[in-house]
Design a binder for this molecule. Sequence first.
Ligand SMILES: C[S@@+](CC[C@H](N)C(=O)[O-])C[C@H]1O[C@@H](n2cnc3c(N)ncnc32)[C@H](O)[C@@H]1O
Length: 235
Amino acid sequence: MGSPIRRIPPSYYGIHGDIKYNCLYPFLNKRVSALAPNRILEIGCGNGDFAAGMATLASQVRGLDKSHSAIMAADARHAAPNLNFEEFEWGVQSCSEFHKKFDLIILVLVLVTVSSNELAVQMLADAKDSLSDGGTLMIVDSHPCFRDCSFSTFDMHLSQADYNIDCHSYTVNVYPDSAKRASAAISFEDFHRSLTTMSAIGRKAGLAIARIDEIFEQGNAATPPFMCLEYIAQG
Ligand SMILES: C[S@@+](CC[C@H](N)C(=O)[O-])C[C@H]1O[C@@H](n2cnc3c(N)ncnc32)[C@H](O)[C@@H]1O
């Protein structure tokens, strides 16, 4: 497989600010607890903060990320006997060595970086082989309402028109401090997929959606920024 990733700045793993800690991770921790997995693989673990939380809920957690600086940050921030981080570029490297090893595989804001549906199918099929019997693949991505959200902890602009075209590249500019706009923008390209496409790429990879959750930011009941899809292997 060729590299699926385009133009990801080194700081990419650090964005999304407090919304991850106040809204996304608490929701996901509840779902992970409910699933009670023994062994967890997180692909695209960034600075490891979410993986470290999961290590209190499972007997083994492995975090993989293609970014050297993300893995360095994860190692520096977290140490636990049942937690380890490794540089790994999914899509270029294969998960095949993990055959049936993990009860839960989780991707938090990672599929949005994959630039084509064909690649996404290949990558999900690769991950599926690492799921234990009865295991769950959890994909957390931006919700279709994401474009309508105004966030409390950062200011974001995206190319609205492109966002509505399925799996079309759209540009996101994040201003961590809205008061100092022009100076501090982080700019990157993402690929939004409709629920229909998320279902179709799962099916092509041998996975069926078993559960869908919308994840709301506190105080904003109208426009959920994220959605969480749980896939299981098709029988
Ligand atoms: C938006 S960040 C999210 C990081 C983390 N999951 C979080 O919630 O903070 C996307 C992460 O996925 C990683 N990533 C993207 N494509 C990847 C791939 N093909 N293999 C491994 N990591 C990847 C990036 O390096 C980045 O750390």
